[in-house]
Write a protein that binds this ligand. Structure first.
Ligand SMILES: NC(=O)C1=CN([C@@H]2O[C@H](COP(=O)(O)OP(=O)(O)OC[C@H]3O[C@@H](n4cnc5c(N)ncnc54)[C@H](OP(=O)(O)O)[C@@H]3O)[C@@H](O)[C@H]2O)C=CC1
Ligand SMILES: O=C(O)CCC(=O)C(=O)O
Length: 368
C-alpha cells in the first residue's frame, strides 16, 4: 500500500496494528476503527486469507454495529493468519502469542469470530485479562454455544414482517454456512415454523424440499462431518446453495460471497445477512432493483456482540437474550421505517442512523 492512510475517513480507523512473532509463527493484524463510544469490541478471526482492506471493512462494520445497538463500545477486528483447523496444542501456542502481543492494547477487547471460540478467548483472557465470549466456568457467556447471533437473526426477521418481509412461519430457508451462526439461526427459525430446504458448509451443500431435520443435522455437524454427507437429502456442490429456490437466503460464512458475477442466480425474496459484509454494494443494489429485501448485517447479526457487551459488564445469559431481543426489534423497525420514509435502501438508512450516533459520540471526546 503506497498511501498509509488509504483506508482513512472521518470515522477511522484510529489504529492499524501489525503483530509479528517469528519464533511463535505469529502473523496478525488488528484494525481499531473507532473508540469514541468506549473500548472497541470485535472478533478475532483465524483465517489464512484476509486482506488488510477486508479487515478494515469488518472493523467498520463493528463500529456501525455497536453504535446502532447503542453499546458503550467502539469497533475493531483482528485477523490471525493461520489455518483454524490446526492441532489444538499449536492453536493454543499461537493464540497465546497473539494475546501476548496485544496485552498493552487496552482499547481493544477481543471476542470470538470465524476460526476462534470461547476456548481461544479463555487463552486470550488468561494472558491479557481482557476478552469476551468466555466459557461459563470463568464467568463468561459462551455466545456461540448459546447461539446469541442466530437467536437475534430470528428476532430480526419477526420484526421485519410488518414491513412486508416474508412471514417466518412456512418460509423456505437456505443457509450458506453451518457454524455458530448458521446452525442456531436454523434452529430458531424451525422453532418459529420455517422449513430449512438447503444448507452448505465449506465442503458442499445438502438439499431437501420437504425440509431438513435440523437437530439431526446439528448433531451430525458437531461430529466433525460435512453437511453434504448427511444421511437425508440430495448432496450438491458447495456453491449450489446460491441457486436454491427459497423465500429467505441467509449468508452465514464469508465476506463478499454474493457479487456482480453471481447475484442474478439468487432466487430468494429476502436476504438476512448473518455473516458480516456478505454482499458487495453492487449486488445489494441489484437485488433491491429486483424487489428483494436485504436486511443489513450490522443491524441483524448484532446478537453476538450485544451478548459480549452484557458479559463485559458482568451480566448473565438470560439478561443478554432479553436485551438482544429488545434491541433487535427496536432497531429493525427503526431502520425499515426510516428506509420507507426516505425511499432508500435498508442499508442506507442503517448506515445513516449508526453514523449519526458515532459522530455524536465523537463530539463528546476531548480531542474532537
Ligand atoms: N459468531 C457470531 O456470533 C457472529 C458471527 N458473525 C459472522 O458470521 C459469519 C459466520 O460466523 P460463525 O458462524 O461464527 O463462523 P464458524 O466458523 O462457526 O462457521 C462458519 C461456517 O461457514 C462455512 N464456510 C466457510 N467457507 C464457506 C464457503 N465458501 N461456502 C459455504 N460455507 C462456508 C464453514 O464450513 P465448515 O464447517 O466446513 O468449516 C462453517 O460451517 C462470519 O462472517 C462472522 O463474522 C457475525 C456476527 C456474530
Ligand atoms: O462478540 C464479539 O465480541 C465479537 C462480535 C463480532 O466480531 C461480530 O459481531 O462480527
Amino acid at each position: 500500500m503506497d498511501d498509509a492512510f488509504e483506508l482513512a475517513d472521518a470515522l477511522g480507523p484510529e489504529k492499524v496494528l501489525y503483530l509479528q512473532d517469528p519464533g511463535a509463527g505469529l502473523r496478525a493484524i488488528l484494525v481499531i476503527d473507532n473508540v469514541a463510544a468506549g473500548p472497541a469490541l470485535g472478533g478475532t478471526r483465524m483465517a489464512p486469507d484476509v486482506s488488510l482492506a477486508e479487515c478494515a471493512r469488518l472493523a467498520r462494520a463493528m463500529t456501525l454495529k455497536n453504535a446502532a445497538a447503542s453499546l458503550p463500545h467502539g469497533g475493531a477486528k483482528a485477523v490471525i493468519f493461520a489455518d483454524p483447523k490446526m492441532a489444538i496444542a499449536d492453536k493454543e501456542r499461537l493464540v497465546r502469542a497473539y494475546a501476548h502481543a496485544l496485552k498493552d492494547v487496552r482499547d481493544y477487547i477481543p471476542g470470538p469470530d470465524m476460526g476462534t471460540d470461547e476456548i481461544a478467548m479463555a487463552w486470550v483472557h488468561d494472558t491479557t485479562g481482557r476478552a469476551v465470549g468466555l466459557p461459563r466456568e470463568i464467568g463468561g457467556i459462551p455466545l456461540d454455544e448459546i447461539g446469541a447471533t442466530g437467536f437475534g437473526l430470528a428476532v430480526a426477521l419477526e420484526a421485519a414482517e410488518p414491513f412486508g418481509a416474508v412471514p417466518i412461519a412456512g418460509a423456505r430457508v437456505a443457509l450458506q454456512g453451518f457454524g455458530a451462526v448458521g446452525m442456531h439461526a436454523a434452529r430458531h427459525l424451525v422453532e418459529r415454523g420455517s422449513r430449512i430446504v438447503a444448507v452448505s458448509d465449506s465442503a458442499g451443500s445438502i438439499h431437501r424440499d420437504e425440509g431438513l431435520d435440523v437437530s439431526a443435522l446439528i448433531d451430525w455437524k458437531r461430529q466433525g462431518r460435512s453437511v453434504a454427507d448427511f444421511s437425508e437429502g440430495e448432496a450438491r456442490s458447495r456453491d449450489a446453495i446460491i441457486d436454491v429456490d427459497c423465500d429467505i437466503w441467509i449468508p452465514a460464512a464469508r465476506p463478499d460471497v454474493i457479487h456482480a458475477g453471481n447475484v442474478e442466480r439468487l432466487r430468494a425474496r429476502v436476504v438476512l445477512e448473518g455473516a458480516n459484509i456478505p454482499l458487495t454494494e453492487d449486488a445489494e443494489r441489484r437485488l433491491a432493483e429486483r424487489g428483494v429485501v436485504v436486511l443489513p448485517d450490522f443491524i441483524v447479526n448484532a446478537g453476538g456482540v450485544i451478548c459480549s457487551a452484557v458479559e463485559y459488564r458482568g451480566g448473565r445469559e438470560g439478561e443478554a437474550l432479553a436485551i438482544i431481543a429488545e434491541k433487535l426489534r427496536t432497531n429493525v423497525a427503526a431502520v425499515l421505517h426510516r428506509a420507507e420514509q426516505g425511499q432508500v435502501l435498508p442499508r442506507e438508512a442503517a448506515v445513516a442512523m449508526a453514523r449519526e450516533r458515532v459522530l455524536a459520540a465523537m463530539r463528546y471526546r476531548r480531542t474532537y
